[in-house]
Design a protein. Sequence first.
Length: 250
Amino acid sequence: MAKVIAFANQKGGVAKTTTTLNLAAAFAEAGYRVLCVDMDPQGNLSMSQGLDPETLEKSMFDVLVHDLPIREVTYKCEIDVAAASIDLAGAEIAMSVKIGRERSLDKALRAVSDDYDFVCIDTPPSLGLLTVNALTAADKVIVPVQCEYLSMRGLLQLQNTLQMIRENLNPAVDIMGILPTMVDTRTLHAQEALEILEENFGDRVFGARIKKTVRFAEAPVKGMSVLKYDPTGQAADAYRRLAKEVLSNG
Ligand code: ADP
Ligand code: MG
């Protein structure tokens, strides 16, 4: 049975998509079978694997709204990607009258659970129904936080949402770890932000630190993960290290 990890933080631009893709690529490099699910209507993850959310005929919209099997929207890229298209933006409203609307993704993933070792779900920058679906389907949640603009209030909100999900939908889901991203170790500000994180979350902060580098902006343009784009670089190594931590986490 696949281990399902959701990448969530309602703040945009904190490296959710980058982390979903590159951790998935690190799992794949280590020999694991991985599916990435793009639950963000912006389709950044799909795009960063060379898919075009504007022209895809079938996408996660059809899976969530019309119960289309997820296999039918899964594209073989560097890793398997269940793709988003722009109409996913309408999914929350289209699903609002559906019975079991919070469990649509969970249900869809059950059919492919034996085909993968890991399912990595990218989420939009909100705590709406798409993210609720991801958290309901997940065993664990990884929370990327941008060290530059640390928002403790945002993390508190996410924890409250998770508590509601546990009470009503998915009793076992929990945060696996908090990942500091875009770390600029030269600045005092980043150091302080890391200290605040560790004071508040202790050993739930991953040991891996994702440093700021332009490689993360370059790789998606080529339709690649950083592990493929710059296999020997520091950026790739940081995600390999994160993969090791997650694997040792059980
Ligand atoms: P989110 O999915 O949370 O909105 P993204 O993963 O799309 O965030 O990242 C936002 C932007 O920051 C993207 O342009 C991405 O290429 C860039 N980025 C991500 N991680 C890093 C990093 N470690 N260093 C520099 N830029 C990064
Ligand atoms: Mg994103």
